[in-house]
Design a binder for this molecule. Structure first.
Ligand code: FMN
Length: 340
């Protein structure tokens, strides 16, 4: 082993042990994309795959976990959205299968969710977009945190990964494992965040064009053609309808989303819908739009969620290659830094 590889293994040891994987590279759950094939491929390649439950029913999640287990003996996780109406049943489904890691996304977990997961023996991973929230989650007993910057694909917060990493790693990385996400396209960045105290990293965009990803060929082609500046955040148009921004490739759906917000705001004006229902309609818009792009291949009218690292996705390749490339870039960076 080279000095760089040694250093990389040492820096990843804590995160890898936490995940039960060879490396501390998580493939973040991506709705419709992170199903059994990609998840198993990532875990088989030494990373840590995570099933995106999204809006799945407990029965569908049951089948997806079983399908993933048929493709890999290695550990993988399940990502659950906290506002899912059947959250407790989904947690119990993970427990039934002995899933070792549950990732809770989409806001503060409702009371009891963290304890219920922990009671099953699984570890709980949550997203912490700000320090105050991180501290609250740590007090609630989470086992690890993901800090994700606004460079990421999908739903995003307002702060960049580099700032979150500087603000949060020095304070919390000693308390529990912290994984850094958002905008990571190459191993040099992975080396940097590990040196800053991260236990590991989470990447989404970089895995979309893996051979094993079932994303429609048109969806992958859109990724291969795009550059960083094409991955833009959605814009909120009505102060009453808070929209969690979503980063996706610019296309006709960007305009459709504006039109959808106008329509929902109009219904609010006329008293046709209540606020909660209006906000739900906005969220449902994204779930449907992402499916249209990932599964049906309609990359104009669907939502092509992608992070700014999309410009570094230059070919379709096996998952093993993606992970091997990231690791060798990280090791080379650490080797050259060690030389001085
Ligand atoms: C197409 C797509 C769909 C995503 N869907 C989800 C999701 O359902 N749940 C979730 O927690 N994160 C989701 N994400 C975020 C990823 O899990 C991951 O945190 C993010 O992609 C990391 O940033 P990066 O894209 O810059 O690598 C999605 C990202 C993309 C690109």
């Amino acid at each position: 082993m080279s000095k760089g590889q040694d250093r990389l293994s040492a820096l990843m040891a804590r995160g890898a042990a936490f995940l039960g994987a060879e490396t501390a590279i998580l493939a973040g759950a991506m709705s419709w994309v992170s199903e059994r094939n990609l998840v198993a491929a990532v875990s088989n390649a030494g990373g840590f795959g995570v099933i995106a439950c999204g809006a799945m029913t407990p029965a569908l999640l049951d089948a997806e976990i079983a399908g993933t287990k048929a493709l890999t003996d290695r550990p993988f996780g399940v990502n659950l959205i906290t506002m899912h109406p059947d959250l407790i049943d989904l947690i119990d489904m993970c427990a039934k299968h002995g899933v070792g890691h549950v990732v809770l996304a989409g806001g503060l977990p409702p009371g009891g969710a963290i304890d219920r997961i922990k009671a099953s023996g699984a570890k709980v991973i949550c997203f912490a977009p700000a320090m105050a929230l991180a501290k609250k989650l740590i007090r609630s007993g989470v086992d690890a945190l993901v800090i994700e910057g606004m460079e990421a694909g999908g739903h995003i917060g307002p702060v960049s990964t580099s700032v979150l990493a500087q603000e949060m790693l020095p304070e919390i990385a000693g308390t529990l494992p912290v994984f850094v996400a958002g905008g990571i396209g190459r191993g040099e960045a992975i080396a940097g965040y590990l040196e800053m105290g991260a236990a590991g990293v989470q990447l989404g965009t970089r895995f979309v064009c893996a051979h094993e990803s079932i994303a429609h060929p048109a969806f992958k082609k859109a990724f291969l053609r795009a550059s960083a500046r094409d991955a833009v955040a959605s814009v909120q148009i009505d102060a009453r309808l808070p929209v969690i921004p979503v980063r996706a490739l610019k296309n006709a759906s960007t305009e459709l989303f504006t039109a959808k917000q106008r329509e929902v705001a109009g219904s609010l004006d006329e008293g046709k819908v209540a606020m909660a229902e209006a906000q739900l309609q906005i969220e449902h818009y994204w779930a449907g739009a992402l499916r249209r792009a990932v599964i049906d291949g309609d990359v104009e009218n669907g939502s092509v969620m992608a992070g700014q690292s999309v410009g570094m996705v230059t070919k379709e390749e096996p998952t093993t290659e993606i992970i091997a490339t990231l690791l060798s870039q990280a090791a080379a960076a650490l080797e050259s830094r060690a030389a001085f």
